[in-house]
Design a protein around this ligand. Structure first.
Ligand SMILES: [Cu+2]
Length: 253
């Protein structure tokens, strides 16, 4: 009996696509106003629906891009815990209008269960002081999702359309995993509901609909055209993720 359960658990860990991990960059709000001029940002590597964390080493890069300028935020990071695992945080004060992209480049994560490294280039957006400018501007990352839907001011139940780029070119047939940051303790009706999956069309474009308010993560997964050396000394493939976090809000009354 015990063996059966352990075997089942081992099978789940290996075989289930439901245990999807996401780089996470989550601000207090995706809108900054004169009343709320600053935001905290929490950076982690987690399973956002299930609330299971993984350790995030000090990132390689963490920065903001706004109005065509890059602002290095790596020196401002301090450690915190997210889902009981090491994570990072900072606070950012908005000085001028703009749509700010906050971008994480983690160090490569060795995942023995998937026999590969994982690098999730992860971003989110904060619109400061009413800005509607440049929300679709590429950040120039090795891989990224360009929003074709404005990435803020969205209602729960809205659809979101994005385009996946790799080195600036659209990626046809890329797999997108998407998942709710499940802060309300919902349970999934089946394991397939934890992480949903869709694919890009021939132009690298995908559309998804997010039925609940909260932060939703979209991860476009591709395989790098290079390998990295695993702890065993062997060369192993690298999964690249273009991850974007978008917030959906309920109507107010
Ligand atoms: Cu994981």
């Amino acid at each position: 009996m015990r063996t059966t359960i352990l075997t089942f658990i081992a099978f789940m860990l290996v075989a289930s696509p439901a245990f999807a991990h996401f780089g996470m960059v989550i601000p207090d709000s995706n809108v900054a106003t004169q009343e709320t001029r600053s935001t905290n940002l929490t950076i982690s590597f987690s399973h956002p629906f299930e609330g299971a964390g993984m350790k995030l080493e000090k990132p390689k890069q963490f920065f903001a891009i706004a109005n065509g300028k890059k602002i290095d935020l790596l020196p401002t990071l301090s450690t915190t815990k997210v889902m009981d695992q090491e994570a990072w945080k900072t606070a950012f004060r908005f000085k001028r209008p703009g749509v700010y992209q906050f971008i994480l480049e983690p160090t490569p994560y060795w995942e023995p269960e998937e026999d590969c490294f994982i690098i999730h280039y992860t971003k989110t957006y904060v619109a400061a002081f009413g800005s509607e400018e440049d929300w679709d501007a590429p950040a120039g990352l090795p891989t990224e999702i360009i929003p074709l839907t404005r990435p803020y001011g969205l209602y729960a139940g809205s659809s979101f359309t994005g385009q996946v780029l790799s080195n600036g070119k659209p990626v046809a047939n890329a797999e997108i995993e998407y998942e709710l940051y499940n802060k309300d303790g919902f349970t999934a009706p089946t394991e397939h509901h934890v992480t949903m999956v869709t694919k890009t069309d021939s132009n690298g474009v995908f559309t998804v609909t997010c039925p609940k308010a909260g932060w939703w993560g979209f991860a476009a997964l591709t395989t790098a055209n290079y390998t990295l050396t695993a702890p065993s000394g062997e060369e192993k493939p690298v999964e690249l993720g273009a991850v974007t976090w978008i917030k959906f809000d309920n109507f107010k009354k």
